[in-house]
Write a protein that binds this ligand. Structure first.
Ligand code: HEM
Length: 484
């Protein structure tokens, strides 16, 4: 089977940007598995891309052979100049990545994340209050998601608006990064000798170096405040503080620390906000889900106070809804691309070194043999057993879906993300009823993806949030006072 590449379309319909997954709808269609099977090989701008259409093969490659499938696609302009490989999400599989990965996993482990509950609880209440006040949801979701992740990383107080300069700085940084990884964005990827062109003659290089310095300063300033606080004896739980306090154990330079915290920040803002949008859309399409969630909240929490993290263990339907939201909605429909670091063979097919590997998350999350014939619809109850307790459904995956990726690269922020969504869903459904504005007509579009980098939002839609009972707002405000 020498050089027998996996099958794939010839005369590609997609010349587009695969990392932005612009042709995602075509790729994620179940028809593709019928056409090409579990492995589908494409070539885009000369770059080999393997789309993996089944959980079996994804696990075989990305987990059982993780020693050669844990790299990221390498972009010279990104990793050599714009970030000097310090943006952890895209750091190649290397000693540097291992040094960055350990503190990220330990700092956001299942047992540590309860330190962040007060931040998430406070923010859930603030989100409910802002939805009562004014409808455009998008800016509230964004402010909320960034505010949480900023507080978790630096112990900052809540940000006032989504136009806060700190948020704008990070969002702009993310934009620059995503631009660099678009295939075709930079000639240097095709003519690697161009990296040696003197700065004077290469604007792309000057710009990238300039922004590396600016972004380093931005992240160093943010972490510097935490260091100042610690020096003054102010010791509040935050990921930044954990890194500084464990400097010796983790062996990271100050610049590496600053970028690692920045990486957790930039990876955790937009993703959370995206998941909230898909959830809200699901609630509008499936009002019966709201009814069932409210019944659970009425029974467990009642009407005298909003929910807290202490209630979540008694709210299985809400926790099932977290799983179902991430399963049903492709927040990052092809995960963050992996790349192979050695030649490999699978089922007689050849997978060359340097192949970009994309798990077809959408397709795997809707496998009807695992999730049932109604896998396309939003139904949190699929995650409940006969006793009403949460079950994972998927073998070997406690979260019950593959939206957090695979193997050694699996999302280190997953417990924080689940916590945020859990308390948000409980608080918002306790306080509010979500409905389409009067006069809104036509079917809501649940399938079209609006791409933002590697993530995907639903098509914008209108929604009204109506307080469920007269005292809801007052009770939320009282609960918020406890956090002041
Ligand atoms: C709904 C929320 C989220 C989703 C759907 C999500 C999804 C993902 C996915 C699919 C990956 C790629 C995994 C792979 O390569 O196989 C990833 C990686 C990552 N995520 Fe998340 N994520 C979310 C929230 C967060 C949060 C809140 C944080 C930070 C606290 C975070 C930090 C990261 C980091 C740093 C990586 C890179 C890991 C590495 O390359 O080794 N994520 N995430």
């Amino acid at each position: 089977a020498f050089r027998n590449l996996p099958p794939g379309p010839k005369g590609l319909p997609l010349v587009g940007n695969i990392l932005r997954a612009a042709d995602n709808d075509w790729l994620a269609s179940p028809q593709r598995r019928d056409d090409y099977g579990d492995l589908m090989y494409l070539s885009v701008f000369g770059q080999g891309i393997l789309v993996v259409n089944s959980q079996r093969v994804a696990v075989d490659l990305l987990e059982k052979r993780s020693n050669i499938y844990s790299d990221r696609p390498q972009s010279i302009s990104l990793n050599e100049f714009l970030t000097e490989s310090l943006l952890f999400v895209f750091t190649g599989y290397s000693d540097l990545w291992r040094r960055l990965r350990r503190p990220a996993v330990e700092g956001f482990s299942k047992s540590i994340v309860s330190d962040f509950y007060p931040i998430q609880n406070r923010e859930a209440i603030m989100l409910a209050l802002s939805l009562i006040k004014s409808p455009p949801m998008k800016k509230h979701f964004q402010r909320h998601s960034w505010s949480i992740i900023l507080s978790i990383n630096y112990h900052l107080p809540p940000v006032e608006s989504e136009d806060d300069p700190v948020i704008v700085g990070i969002v702009n940084h993310v934009e620059r990064v995503l631009h660099e990884i678009e295939p075709g964005a930079r000639l240097v990827e095709y003519f690697p000798w161009m990296r040696y062109i003197p700065n004077k003659l290469a604007k792309w290089k000057r710009d990238a170096q300039y922004w590396f310095i600016q972004d380093s300063l931005m992240y160093e300033r943010l972490l510097g405040k935490v260091a100042d606080d610690l020096a003054k004896g102010i010791d509040q739980p935050s990921f930044g503080a954990t890194l500084i306090k464990n400097r010796e154990k983790y062996r990271l330079s100050e610049r590496e620390q600053a970028w690692l915290v920045g990486s957790m920040l930039s990876a955790g803002g937009e993703t959370t906000s995206t998941a909230l949008h898909w959830w809200l859309l699901a609630l509008l399409v499936h009002p019966e889900v709201q009814v069932r969630a409210r019944a659970e909240l009425d029974e467990v929490v009642g009407y005298a106070r909003p929910p807290t993290f202490a209630d979540l263990p008694s709210l299985p339907y809400i926790r099932a809804m977290v799983k179902e939201t991430l399963r049903w909605s492709p927040a990052i429909p092809f995960s963050v691309p992996h790349a192979s670091s050695a030649d490999d063979w699978y089922d007689g097919m050849f997978i060359p070194k340097g192949t970009v590997v994309l798990p077809n998350v959408n397709l795997i999350n809707s496998d009807s043999t695992v999730f049932g014939s109604d896998s396309a619809s939003f139904n949190p109850a699929r995650y409940l057993d006969e006793k009403g307790q949460v079950k994972p459904l998927m073998e070997g995956r406690e979260e019950g879906h593959v939206s957090f990726g695979y193997g050694r690269r699996v999302c280190p922020g997953k417990y924080v993300a689940e916590g945020t969504l859990g308390i948000d869903f409980a608080t918002l459904l306790w306080a509010l009823r979500f409905e389409r504005p009067e006069g809104a007509e036509g079917e809501l579009d649940v399938r079209t993806l609006v791409h933002t980098g590697i993530g995907a939002y639903p098509v914008p839609f209108e929604c009204r949030a109506v307080p469920r009972f007269a005292e809801a707002e007052t009770l939320l405000k009282e609960a918020l006072d406890l956090y002041e």
